[in-house]
Design a protein around this ligand. Structure first.
Ligand code: SF4
Ligand code: SF4
Length: 106
């Protein structure tokens, strides 16, 4: 399971890859494991974008050990008994939190 995540100011985010051991996705698809890292300043985040879009892309390794678990409460076609069964998910961001962009209503 790979998680690509745009919520770059989260403690678990490393160059757009989620490095948490497990995440919890709520019924409304919010990532409840989001944990804001106040040391990731806006300057640092700009640097990440610069690396990503203007210089050589320095993107985190999205591969995860297979133990990564996504507990999910959303009514989604990838939800199998409360666990995400997708090969990978993309977490997008709104102004507050990250949410699962791979969600497809069942
Ligand atoms: S917001 Fe969620 S998916 Fe994104 S890095 Fe943080 S814990 Fe991982
Ligand atoms: S793809 Fe579906 S089952 Fe997987 S985390 Fe997202 S909403 Fe939950």
């Amino acid at each position: 399971m790979d998680i690509r995540c745009n919520k770059t100011n989260c403690k678990h985010n490393n160059h757009y890859a989620c490095k948490a051991k497990e995440i919890h996705v709520a019924k409304n698809t919010d990532c409840q494991t989001y944990d804001r890292d106040f040391e990731k300043s806006s300057k640092n985040l700009q640097d990440v974008s610069k690396n990503m879009f203007e210089i050589a892309p320095e993107i985190g390794d999205f591969s995860h050990d297979d133990k990564l678990c996504v507990d999910c409460y959303a009514n989604c076609i990838f939800n199998k008994n409360g666990k995400c069964n997708a090969n990978g998910i993309t977490v997008l961001e709104n102004d507050k939190i990250g949410y699962c962009g791979t969600f497809m209503e069942e």
